[in-house]
Structures are given as C-alpha cells and as structure tokens.
Design a binder for this molecule. Structure first.
Ligand SMILES: Cc1cc2nc3c(=O)[nH]c(=O)nc-3n(C[C@H](O)[C@H](O)[C@H](O)COP(=O)(O)O)c2cc1C
Length: 155
C-alpha cells in the first residue's frame, strides 16, 4: 500500500512554463520538442507563450520556467541572445526555478552565458541551460530534456 502511494507521488511531475522568442521557428520547434519529451516524463506544461507576450498565469503556476531564444550576431563575433531586455524584465519569476536555451546556426559564442545571466536577473534560480544547434534540433532538445529531468529529480 505504501508502495502504491510512493508511486503516485513520484508521478506528480514538475510543472513547467515555456517562454520563447523565435524569428524563423527553430526555437519554437525546440521548445515544442522539449515540451513533448518532458510531458512523456509526466511533467505538466502550464503554457507555451512568447517572451514578448508572456502567459503570466502559466508562469505563476509553474515550478520551473524554460526560456528560449535565438543567437543574433555576426556569426563569429558579437553573438547575443535576441530579446534579452524582454527576458530580464519578465515579471513573476522570483522564487521560481528557470532554465535557458538558445538556438544557433554556426557558433553561439557567449550567448548562452548572457542569456543565463538575464534569466538570473529576473530573480529566478537558474538550474541550467543549453545552446541548441538548429541543424540538430531533435538531438539537442532530447539532451536538454534529459538534463532537466535529471537536475530536477536529483535536486
Ligand atoms: C540577423 C541574424 C543574425 C544571426 N547571427 C548568428 C550568429 O552570430 N551566430 C549563429 O550561430 N547564428 C546566428 N544566426 C542564426 C540563428 O541564431 C538561428 O538560425 C536560430 O536557430 C534562429 O532561431 P529562430 O528560427 O527561432 O528564429 C543569426 C540569424 C539571424 C537572422
């Protein structure tokens, strides 16, 4: 009987909100793929919305907020996450856990570090992040989801 109860508790997954900034759809695809994989791990996705029009209710309901954007720069220098100011100004993030991801074409440079700092500036506790190559969206989304599940179940 206690065993059954334990299984029931373990099945109550993490609640995650996802916020995305995407110009040509790669980051949105990575977000959807990651959301599917997390749902398979019994996480609930409270919402998938745009960084510039965030679904605030989905953030409030979430334990963890995933924030994704794309790398903008001159490909070999000056890489930065797009919409970084919108990210730093997100409300309702204090007390939440967060993770960042950015999609890129050739080289992400320091974009992930900059994104991670912006996410940290919201007051959220950043548990991790990943730069996702646009030519390996599926593979890298799987790695991202696996790491999230690993870090939140061992934390
Ligand atoms: C104006 C512009 C600048 C870019 N600069 C870089 C760059 O410096 N380094 C890089 O690896 N990718 C760069 N990219 C590629 C994008 O980061 C990549 O295609 C990303 O997956 C786009 O995401 P999205 O489809 O969600 O908009 C650039 C794309 C654009 C449109």
């Amino acid at each position: 009987m206690w065993g059954d109860q334990l299984v029931a508790w373990q099945n109550v997954g993490v609640k995650a909100a996802i916020l995305v900034e995407s110009l040509t759809g790669n980051t949105w695809k990575a977000a959807e793929k990651t959301a599917d994989l997390l749902a398979q791990e019994r996480w609930s996705i409270t919402g998938l919305s745009k960084v510039k029009q965030p679904d605030l209710t989905s953030i409030q309901e979430a334990d963890l907020v995933l924030i994704g954007t794309w790398v903008h720069g001159a490909f070999v220098f000056g890489q930065a996450p797009w919409a970084i100011n919108n990210i730093a100004n997100l409300p309702a993030m204090r007390g939440k856990k967060a993770a960042a991801f950015c999609t890129f074409a050739l080289h992400p440079g320091k974009a992930l570090d900059r994104l991670t700092m912006a996410v940290g500036d919201t007051g959220a506790y950043v548990v991790g992040g990943l730069a996702i190559s646009r030519s390996k969206l599926d593979e890298h989304s799987e790695i991202f989801a696996e790491r999230l599940v690993g870090s939140l179940t061992t934390a």
